[in-house]
Structures are given as structure tokens and as C-alpha cells.
Design a protein around this ligand. Structure first.
Ligand code: ADE
Length: 253
């Protein structure tokens, strides 16, 4: 999987993703990261990339020219590497609070692409015309406003990269965790067995795999019911799960 980021702050993206698991995946060539500084494509003698908004109002708007040229340079690089990619529609993701809200299902869908281009805006946004020309997906990472698209791009790249085969050590771990099946994850414990008078739940020490699996499922159900009841509507529940939740809800009253 090849990530390409169009940004005014390439060092922020590189430093953010070069550590930990995404950093290791880049060293292994399981994923690659190309950052392109939009400012390098300014044709202005002061390297300016923004200008006043037509119609007035506060703030500055990123001009279409530098963004378009930076995108074309990325597209050319991808086409030069792989001639077949010309037939595929390149996904270009613009990070904006006006987009559809990012979630695990979108991460899974995007993790199947070979190349993803992220466009990070700043100031009051980017000239609408260039967005219409190059963007395929408008994505928000939540209902709050950040100073730019760099952190959202990093959030998305991290969530997508860990779904790429070979990025996590343990292949199983991407699958059986929070949001798989729309249930929150059960609590985890490690040594010591007793920490400041708090003991690990006895069932986890029993070595009885069936009972451990049942307890974990029930903990997932309880957590989801208490913290994210909206997820339960989408979760695939067994008859036993439904019965357990009914009894749990009764016991709470
Ligand atoms: N840019 C500014 N705020 C954002 C958000 N919440 N999601 C995506 N991009 C953004």
C-alpha cells in the first residue's frame, strides 16, 4: 500500500508516521509514504500558496494552482511506476469537517487500494474548483474543527495501514478487537495476579478456554451496552447474547 500526502507540513506527517508500527512497516516496505510539499508547486515569487477569498470574509483560501500541480506530480509518479494504474480511478481523499465521518468500515474499504492520495488543507480551506477536479472522497475524523488536515490524514493512515497484511505482527489481532462485529473489546489483564488488592478475574486463571471465551463475550456485550448502545443495533448477536443482555438489563434496574 502506497500513501501519498499533499501538505504544507510534510515533516509533520513524516515524523508522526515514522515511529512505532507504521515506521516499521515503512522500513519493511510493507507500506510506503510519499509527502509532497504543496508550496514547492507555487509559481509565486514569494512561494505564496494562499490568497484572499472572493466575496470577502475572514481568513485565506489555498489557491487551486499549487494544489493541482502537486497532485499531478503524484499522479504522474504513480502512472510511471505502474502503467496499469492509469485504468483505475485514483482515490484522492480531502480531509475536511464537511466530509463523511471516518470509521472502521471506511478504513477496511480503503485498505484494499494500492495507492491513496491525501490532500491536507489549511487556512479557511481550498479553492472549490480544484477540489471538484481531483477529490474523490471527502472525509472528516469527527465533529470538531482542527487547524489543518495533517492530523486527520495521520489518523486515517494509521487506521488503514494496520489492516494491510504484514503490518501487524499478529495477523489475528486486527480482526478480533474493538469494532470487529460492532462490539467493544473485553478487558485485558496481565501479571501480577494481584495489583494493589485488585485481583484478575478468576475465570481467566482457570485455563478453561470455553469459559474464558464466554466471559469475554459477555464483557464485550456489557461494555457495548453501557458505553456504545448504538453499536449493538448493528452487531450480529446470537440468541444467547440477546438472552444475556436481557438478563443484564433486568439486573441493572
Ligand atoms: N480539518 C479540520 N478539521 C477536520 C476534521 N475534524 N476532520 C478532517 N479534517 C479536518
Amino acid at each position: 500500500m502506497n500513501f501519498h500526502v499533499l501538505t504544507l507540513f510534510p515533516e509533520m506527517i513524516e515524523q508522526g508516521l515514522q515511529t512505532s508500527i507504521t515506521g516499521r512497516a515503512m522500513k519493511n516496505n510493507t507500506i510506503s509514504l510519499q509527502t509532497v510539499n504543496i508550496r514547492d508547486y507555487s509559481e509565486n515569487k514569494h512561494n505564496q500558496v494562499d490568497d484572499y477569498p472572493y466575496g470577502g470574509g475572514a481568513g485565506m483560501v489555498m489557491a487551486p494552482g499549487p494544489v493541482y500541480r502537486a497532485y499531478k506530480a503524484v499522479e504522474e509518479g504513480i502512472f510511471a511506476r505502474d502503467d496499469n494504474s492509469k485504468d483505475k480511478k485514483l482515490r484522492v481523499i480531502y480531509l475536511t469537517p464537511q466530509g463523511r465521518v471516518f470509521n472502521q468500515a471506511i478504513a477496511e474499504e480503503l485498505s484494499k487500494e494500492e495507492d491513496l492520495v491525501f490532500l491536507c488543507g489549511h487556512y479557511e480551506g481550498i479553492d472549490e474548483r480544484v477540489l471538484e477536479m481531483i477529490v474523490t472522497d471527502y472525509v472528516s475524523i469527527g465533529d470538531y474543527v482542527l487547524t489543518g488536515g495533517e492530523l486527520p490524514a495521520m489518523v486515517m493512515i494509521d487506521a488503514i495501514a494496520r489492516l494491510v497484511p504484514g503490518v501487524l505482527n499478529n495477523d489475528a489481532s486486527a480482526e478480533f478487537e474493538t469494532f470487529h462485529d460492532n462490539l467493544l473489546e473485553y478487558p485485558q489483564y496481565t501479571r501480577p495476579e494481584t495489583f494493589m488488592d485488585k485481583s484478575v478475574p478468576k475465570v481467566l486463571l482457570s485455563g478453561h478456554h470455553g469459559n474464558v471465551a464466554k466471559w469475554r463475550r459477555q464483557q464485550s456485550l456489557i461494555r457495548t451496552a453501557n458505553i456504545r448502545p448504538d453499536l449493538l443495533e448493528k452487531a450480529k448477536l446470537t440468541k444467547e447474547d440477546i438472552k444475556f443482555l436481557e438478563e443484564y438489563n433486568k439486573s441493572k434496574k
